[in-house]
Design a protein around this ligand. Structure first.
Ligand code: AMP
Length: 182
């Protein structure tokens, strides 16, 4: 099963991704996590990634595709995966053609997401208000078209991400079981 989780920062993608990974015994992979780890490297590439991530901008499509697609070639992802944060632009989704069975869109308002992020403990370096707002704006301009693209392909599952964590998980599993064509 090849699943993609889509939603703005604070929508609950990593929480639900973890639950799904456990239930279906398939690995969870977050592109943001990969990039944050690479940004720790004391190389020119590491410094550039750190700056990009902390500003809230996206890593360019060609770099993203090169890194994430190489990652997904690892044998542990051969049977399936739960992706969080990729694909995030139409260019990425086009290039990833064939890599997706179902897309779960966790729908949460910008306001609710900002509340949730503000209440988090262990703040991340890339979670400044400015960076978060930029990420949300980029989501609406660049990732919403990805959602529309998967809707047209009949792969989209939209879930109200403002329900509580258990209810959101139930909704996702219910929708996946109903579709069953993965
Ligand atoms: P996230 O944890 O998904 O919010 O990702 C953190 C940061 O990593 C983003 O703000 C981007 O700079 C970068 N990033 C993660 N995934 C992607 C992607 N699919 N395309 C471009 N940049 C990405």
């Amino acid at each position: 099963m090849k699943l993609v989780l889509i939603g703005i920062q604070g929508a609950g993608k990593s929480t639900q991704g973890g639950f799904l990974a456990e239930k279906y015994k398939i690995p969870y992979l977050s592109s943001g996590h990969i990039f944050r780890e690479m940004a720790k490297e004391k190389t020119q590439m590491g410094r550039w990634l750190k700056e990009t991530i902390n500003s809230g901008a996206l890593v360019p499509d060609d770099k993203t595709l090169e890194i994430i697609l190489t990652y997904l070639e690892k044998p542990e992802y051969a049977k399936g995966y739960i992706l969080d944060g990729f694909p995030r632009t139409v260019v990425q989704a086009d290039a990833f053609n064939g890599g997706v069975d179902k897309v779960i869109f966790l729908e949460v308002s910008d306001k609710e997401a900002l509340w949730r992020i503000a209440g988090r403990e262990g703040e991340r370096q890339d979670e400044t208000l400015q960076a978060i707002k930029k990420r949300i704006a980029l989501f609406h301009s660049l990732t919403q078209p990805v959602i529309d693209f998967y809707a047209q392909e009949g792969k989209l599952i939209t879930v109200n991400g403002e329900l509580n964590i258990t209810e959101v998980f139930k909704e996702i599993v219910g929708a996946l079981e109903k579709s069953k064509n993965y």
